[in-house]
Design a protein. Structure first.
Length: 345
């Protein structure tokens, strides 16, 4: 039955049509509904007329569109960093950053890091983030090695948990954190993401990488950090040699602040509605103000599919692992959609 959704010919939205049937869709990562947002689309089309379909020249070219520097400055200001760097994808942003800083010092991965952050094979860390953070404090502080590189997600978006990085204030060595905030930026911390919430000090530096294709709805990658660290990344071959993302999408992003604020308010209302229903139910796990609801019921997707409701249900990040069943809300859902979901549960 699930196979009928693997070759769709229409865009993802709150409702999907396939083979004559209509389904309410509660999956994906378009948390703020941007791919189907009319006003955002109009901004994108305006950007297309202004800058054209794409820009295949590298960032090292002697001829450049000004929009890239403009959006990097805008993003840095928007998310509380000294500087920013834009790439064509979140995966490239993560790989570029990890490669460039891999020689900074001793490398330690936190649990459940995204594959985009891996150097080679998946890091083997079988513990909770909280327990890991206690252990890493002890390891670093007792070590003779002076420089450390910590690589982590900002949160677990599958079994929702926003990670607490306050432990870094206890570290006594020079430490650089590379944090993937792909699922948090635009949603967590009132939309500002993780960068300003992670403590920084004389010996603690932070670089945040993120896909802009989720809540922000733009096919691009973003790196936030100090002017020194971003400047170093902008000298890398990967940055200078790669083509940038579509200027049209960045134009829309730069001019969509009011849209993002309105859609964030809408998604928070949806989250509150479902949270009230599921509060105290041991079969569910969720956190405040994040639109993912993890189900411990292995049969959830089958039960809802019978009622023409499609949820996120597939093995991830290990394709051979157990199926992860989640309800993912988006601001493109209507109150009627949310009510139908509630009645089906």
């Amino acid at each position: 039955m699930q196979n009928k959704f693997t070759n769709l010919s229409s865009p993802l939205a709150n409702k999907l049509e396939t083979k004559g049937d209509e389904y309410l869709y509660f999956g994906g990562t378009a948390y703020l509904g941007i791919p189907q947002h009319q006003l955002f689309t109009e901004l994108y089309l305006k950007g297309l007329k202004k800058y054209g379909l794409n820009n295949g020249t590298s960032r090292g070219n002697n001829v450049q569109l000004g929009i890239y520097n403009e959006v990097e400055k805008y993003a840095a200001d928007r998310y509380g960093a000294q500087d920013a760097l834009i790439t064509s994808s979140g995966y490239l942003a993560a790989q570029l950053t990890v490669k460039e800083f891999s020689k900074y010092g001793e490398i330690r991965y936190a649990p459940n890091s995204h594959p985009a952050l891996w150097q080679n094979e998946a890091p083997k860390i079988d513990t909770t983030f909280k327990d890991w953070s206690v252990n890493i404090i002890e390891e670093i502080n007792k070590s003779d090695k002076e420089n450390w590189l910590i690589i982590s997600n900002s949160m677990n978006n599958l079994y929702p948990e926003i990670y607490d990085f306050s432990f870094v204030k206890q570290l006594n060595k020079r430490t650089l954190l590379i944090i993937d905030d792909s699922h948090g930026i635009g949603i967590n911390n009132n939309g500002s993401g993780a960068y300003t919430s992670i403590p920084q000090s004389e010996n603690i530096e932070v670089v945040v990488v993120a896909s802009m294709a989720k809540a922000l709805g733009v096919d691009a990658g973003l790196i936030l950090g100090s002017a020194k660290n971003i400047g170093q990344l902008k000298k890398s071959n990967e940055f200078l040699g790669a083509s940038p993302p579509s200027a049209a999408g960045l134009y829309a992003f730069k001019n969509a602040d009011d849209i993002y604020k309105k859609e964030l308010n809408t998604i928070n209302l949806h989250i509150d509605s479902l949270s009230k229903l599921l509060y105290g139910n041991p079969e569910w796990h969720f956190i405040p103000k994040f639109p993912v609801f993890f189900s411990k019921n292995a049969d959830l997707s089958i039960k809802l599919l019978e009622k023409n409701i499609l949820v996120s249900s597939f093995p991830y990040p290990d394709k051979d692992g157990p199926i992860v069943n989640r309800i993912v809300l988006s601001s493109w859902h209507t109150q009627t959609d949310i009510q139908k979901l509630i009645e089906a549960l």
